[in-house]
Design a protein around this ligand. Structure first.
Ligand SMILES: CC(C)(COP(=O)(O)OP(=O)(O)OC[C@H]1O[C@@H](n2cnc3c(N)ncnc32)[C@H](O)[C@@H]1OP(=O)(O)O)[C@@H](O)C(=O)NCCC(=O)NCCS
Length: 173
């Protein structure tokens, strides 16, 4: 299986939004309500919002393709303080999970973090999303904090904050 990691472009937006819904519907029922799934997808995955983010410096969207088909995507952003890169989104086609695609996308996020001079990757993951937590632990993240954030309409994000330190850049010879 040849996995290619490349930047998301405007032409990918429709497929990214469709894959997001597909993965969310396989992941979050039983963790959050269907109403919260619909609310969060509608907030985060509009064509306008993705177009704006693709055009924003400090935000990177990448996609994984297998035989030309979208198999996953990630988004990350530099945080205003602290030298941290936030892994904001990481989603892999349910039929292709556990094949190392998540690892490849995280590697790409790590490259962006190095280039941006960040010293750590951070992310927020629902406390009941055990598979994702297992994946993040496998890829070197550890729980740093626990938060419960009000996102409106009576919904909350009940998350662990996970962190992975990055090696310091090699000193010049
Ligand atoms: C979390 C996710 C991005 C990882 O991507 P991936 O391509 O499956 O990850 P990798 O193949 O690099 O790593 C696989 C590890 O993830 C965990 N994992 C992924 N899918 C799993 C599943 N269905 N059941 C149990 N563990 C799973 C395991 O720790 C696994 O390691 P193992 O196979 O050695 O046990 C992917 O599973 C996914 O999209 N999940 C649903 C969406 C989601 O929860 N995203 C995170 C939001 S914060």
């Amino acid at each position: 299986m040849v996995v290619l990691i490349t930047p998301v472009c405007a032409a990918d937006i429709g497929s990214v939004i469709a894959l997001a819904r597909q993965v969310w519907q396989r992941t979050y029922p039983g963790i959050i309500s269907q109403e919260q799934i619909d609310y969060m997808l509608a907030q985060r995955y509009t064509r306008e919002r993705l177009l704006a983010e693709l055009d924003t410096s400090g935000i990177w969207w990448d996609k994984a393709t297998v035989d030309g088909c979208l198999a996953g995507f990630s988004a990350c952003m530099t945080m205003p303080a602290g030298g941290e890169m936030k892994l904001d989104k990481l989603y892999v086609d349910p039929d292709r999970q556990r094949g190392g695609i998540g690892a490849r996308l995280i590697e790409q996020v790590e490259c962006h973090a190095h280039a941006a001079g960040c010293r750590a990757l951070i992310l927020a993951v629902n406390k009941r999303n055990e598979r994702a937590i297992a994946a993040y632990r496998k890829h070197g993240f550890a729980v740093r904090d626990s938060v419960c954030v009000d996102i409106g309409r009576g919904f909350v994000m009940d998350d662990f904050i996970m962190l992975r330190s990055l090696p310091a850049p090699a000193a010049p010879l």
